[in-house]
Structure formats: structure tokens, C-alpha cells
Design a protein around this ligand. Structure first.
Ligand SMILES: [Fe+2]
Length: 196
């Protein structure tokens, strides 16, 4: 289930909204032209399923999005903890990649098959931190300033949609804002505290 936190983008960010209400989240994101949809999660995908298997399980939904929005390239990105010696290093490097504010020439469209991650959308003086989980399909329009945090223990499987195969290269703004907004681990802890 999605969890949205909205902050001011000031030197000392204030929290404007925290919500787990699907309708409220969709309406809030619509105001900044970001579309959040939900697909039924396919429950019988085996753990460790590869790209072909995952795309086949969601073929109907994926084809509908491609037809409606003209994407030409779809793949699956996955990151899950393993016992290899280099996992902490790989996890930290993957997290760092898009942890600073950037834009893309293409839309950033992700369907979370499982796991979670936070997209931070910096628009009109506010930062919308959208914690996505299995079942969430988020469409961030091209040129939207944003960053992504998968946390210090990344675990997710996501289907990605592209209009061309280099549209997702990041154009970094150099803004330090990402450092002063609560990170994935902090927001996940906030949410757990609210739920208990
Ligand atoms: Fe991005």
C-alpha cells in the first residue's frame, strides 16, 4: 500500500501531509501531474522469478500501458539481499545512483511487483515522498525534478517502461535538497510507528 508524506522544501522541512488513504494520495499527486495506479498483484509468481516470467504474469496490464502511452521498451529491475560478500557494497552503490535530485528526458514509469522504494518529487516548493509497494504503478512525467531512495537494505522487483532506451539517464541538478528530507529508512520507521 502506498504511503505519501509531503514536505516543504525549506531549509528546515516541515511535514504538510502524511497519508495512507489511496484516494487522498491519488488526488494529491494528480495536482502535480503524477499518476498513481494500482494493479492486482499476481500472487503465484515464484520467488526468484526472472524477467520473462514476471512480464508474462503481467502481460495484459503491461500491453495496455504500452498501447495507451506508446512505450517501446519494458524491462524488470530487481534487487534483493543475498549472502554474497559484496552485497553491502552493491546495495550502497545501487542506492547512491539516483539518490540526488535529477530529471530525465523520458517519463519514469515503474510498477512495483514486490518490495518498496520512495520516489521524491520536488515540485512547486514541496517534496512529495511516495513510498511505493507491490501493486503500485507510478508515472513521473519527464523533466520532473525528483530522486529515488531504496533504503539501506534494498529489496524490490519493478517493471520499468521507457520510450527509448537512453531516456532514463539522469540529468543531476546539483541541489543538496535530498540530504535534508527524511530518507527511506526514516520514513519507513515513521510509518511503522504510526501503524502501531
Ligand atoms: Fe529518476
Amino acid at each position: 500500500m502506498t504511503y505519501l508524506t509531503v514536505y516543504t522544501d525549506s531549509e528546515e522541512p516541515e511535514t504538510l501531509l502524511e497519508s495512507e488513504d489511496a484516494a487522498e494520495i491519488a488526488a494529491t499527486l494528480k495536482e502535480i501531474d503524477v499518476v498513481l495506479r494500482h494493479w492486482q498483484v499476481v500472487e503465484d509468481l515464484p520467488p526468484g522469478a526472472g524477467q520473462e516470467e514476471i512480464l508474462a504474469a503481467y502481460r495484459e496490464q503491461v500491453e495496455r500501458v504500452i498501447a495507451e502511452e506508446g512505450y517501446t521498451f519494458v524491462d524488470v529491475a530487481q534487487l534483493h539481499p543475498d549472502n554474497s560478500a559484496d552485497w553491502p557494497e552493491r546495495a550502497a552503490a545501487a542506492r547512491q545512483k539516483f539518490l540526488s535530485e535529477h530529471t530525465h528526458d523520458d517519463d519514469e514509469v515503474r510498477y512495483f511487483v514486490s518490495g518498496s522504494g520512495i520516489f521524491y518529487l520536488h515540485v512547486a516548493g514541496k517534496v512529495h515522498a511516495v513510498l511505493c509497494e507491490g501493486g503500485d504503478l507510478l508515472s513521473v512525467p519527464k523533466n520532473t525534478t525528483h530522486w529515488f531512495d531504496m533504503g539501506t537494505r534494498p529489496a524490490f522487483t519493478a517493471i520499468r517502461f521507457f520510450h527509448d532506451d537512453d531516456g532514463w539517464i539522469g540529468d543531476f541538478t546539483g541541489s543538496p535538497i535530498a540530504a535534508r528530507i527524511p530518507d527511506f529508512d526514516t520514513i519507513a520507521a515513521n510509518r511503522a510507528a504510526r501503524a502501531s
